[in-house]
Each structure stands twice: as structure tokens, then as C-alpha cells.
Ligand binder design. Structure first.
Ligand SMILES: CC(C)(COP(=O)(O)OP(=O)(O)OC[C@H]1O[C@@H](n2cnc3c(N)ncnc32)[C@H](O)[C@@H]1OP(=O)(O)O)[C@@H](O)C(=O)NCCC(=O)NCCS
Length: 187
């Protein structure tokens, strides 16, 4: 499991020796909260499913976790990141699998095709929004894409979703004069 710091949050050395067993686990705090961003692990599945149900209530069936996650794990699984609530992990009261399952608070998927990078399905639990977790997920996946040689990232936002447009705008993404087109290959 790869653990990376949240973007723009302070590393707390006093937490470095604590945690629940992984020696490379590093803890960061922003405001009163403590989080880690990790690559997706199977133990995160149920937490992601709950998160996506809340964040994308109107999504079509083909975007369900049961379909989208196995598909993503076949191609560039390292570009599927999960934010976990490190505060509860540090209580060290339950085993690691249960912690990972229960404490997913955010996620993002990305892809790079050799020409463009794409971001998909950024989501943060409502109870954890406006604390910088979405920003941290985007920044971390931007770093991964950049490291793969990607020089331009695209994303699509539903026209009605002005809040998400403002979120991405705050991260430097601009609305471009394009017409979005698509075609489903399988029904
Ligand atoms: C979009 C989303 C992932 C943002 O996550 P988040 O953790 O709350 O984002 P951050 O805390 O990093 O926000 C960073 C900045 O983005 C802007 N922003 C975030 N949410 C916003 C909102 N609802 N309205 C307006 N601006 C917003 C703000 O400028 C914010 O900074 P501030 O809190 O200091 O004002 C989250 O709102 C979400 O899960 N939405 C539902 C799912 C969704 O529609 N995803 C997009 C799919 S394309």
C-alpha cells in the first residue's frame, strides 16, 4: 500500500511512529482532521460503494462500483486513489481490514492514454467536504499523471453541477469551448 501526504498539509513527526502496523504510514493533519491518501485496496470496496451512492445518486448502472472498480483495476490501477480517515485508524481499536473498509472518505480515478490525462469520479463524503480532501486527491493524481509524462488533463462535469465546476476552477481547471461527444460501445 502506498501512503502519501495530503496536499498542502503539515507532516506531524509525533504521529510517525504510531498507527496500525505499516511502517511507511505517514500522518498529516489539516485543521482538526487527519487523513491519508492510499492506492485502492480490495478492503476499500464497501466504503467506496457507500461513498459513490452518496456522491453520485443518479449515476447509471454501468457506473456502479461492482462494474467500474473491477474494470479500473485491469487498467492503470495505480490511478485509483482513496482518502481514509486517519484519526480513526490511529485509535488502533479494530483490525486493519475493518478500518480500511469503514473509513473511506474520498476517492478519485484517472487515466492516461499517452496523449491526455482524464479525471473521473472525484468524490468526498458530505460529512468530510470542504476540508481539503478533494483538493488533496486531485493534486496527488495530478502528480502521478505528470510523472507518466502527461502534459494536459481533461475532465467532464455535468453542466448543472456548478459546485463541482467551482471546485475544479479553484484548482486551476478552466472551462474550454468544446462540445462533449460520446458513444456507448456496449449496452
Ligand atoms: C467535488 C468534491 C469532490 C469536492 O471535495 P471537497 O473535499 O469538499 O473539496 P475541497 O475541500 O478540497 O474544496 C476546495 C475548494 O473547492 C471549492 N469548492 C468545493 N466544494 C464547493 C462547493 N460545493 N461550492 C463551491 N465551491 C466549492 C472551494 O473553493 C473550496 O475551497 P474552500 O473550502 O476553502 O472555499 C465534493 O464536493 C463531492 O464529492 N461532490 C459530489 C460528487 C461530484 O459531483 N463529483 C464530481 C464528479 S465530476
Amino acid at each position: 500500500m502506498i501512503l502519501v501526504p495530503l496536499f498542502d498539509l503539515k507532516f506531524l513527526p509525533e504521529f510517525a511512529a504510531g498507527g496500525v502496523g505499516t511502517s511507511n504510514r505517514r500522518h498529516y493533519v489539516g485543521g482538526n482532521i487527519l487523513h491519508s491518501i492510499v492506492t485502492y485496496q480490495p478492503s476499500h470496496f464497501d466504503g467506496i460503494r457507500v461513498l459513490w451512492h452518496e456522491a453520485f445518486p443518479d449515476d447509471p448502472p454501468w457506473n456502479a462500483a461492482e462494474i467500474a472498480i473491477p474494470a479500473k483495476l485491469k487498467i492503470q490501477p495505480e490511478l485509483f486513489l482513496v482518502a481514509i480517515d486517519q484519526d480513526l485508524v490511529d485509535q488502533d481499536l479494530v483490525d486493519q481490514d475493518l478500518v480500511d473498509q469503514d473509513l473511506v472518505v474520498g476517492s478519485i480515478m484517472a487515466g492516461y492514454d499517452g496523449h491526455r490525462g482524464w479525471l473521473y469520479a472525484a468524490a468526498v463524503l458530505q460529512s468530510h467536504q470542504r476540508q481539503g480532501i478533494g483538493t488533496a486527491l486531485v493534486r496527488e493524481v495530478e502528480n502521478l499523471l505528470s510523472g507518466m509524462g502527461c502534459t494536459k488533463i481533461n475532465l467532464q462535469v455535468r453542466a448543472s453541477n456548478t459546485a463541482v465546476a467551482r471546485f475544479y476552477n479553484s484548482l486551476g481547471y478552466e472551462i474550454e469551448e468544446r462540445v462533449s461527444m460520446g458513444k456507448r460501445l456496449h449496452q
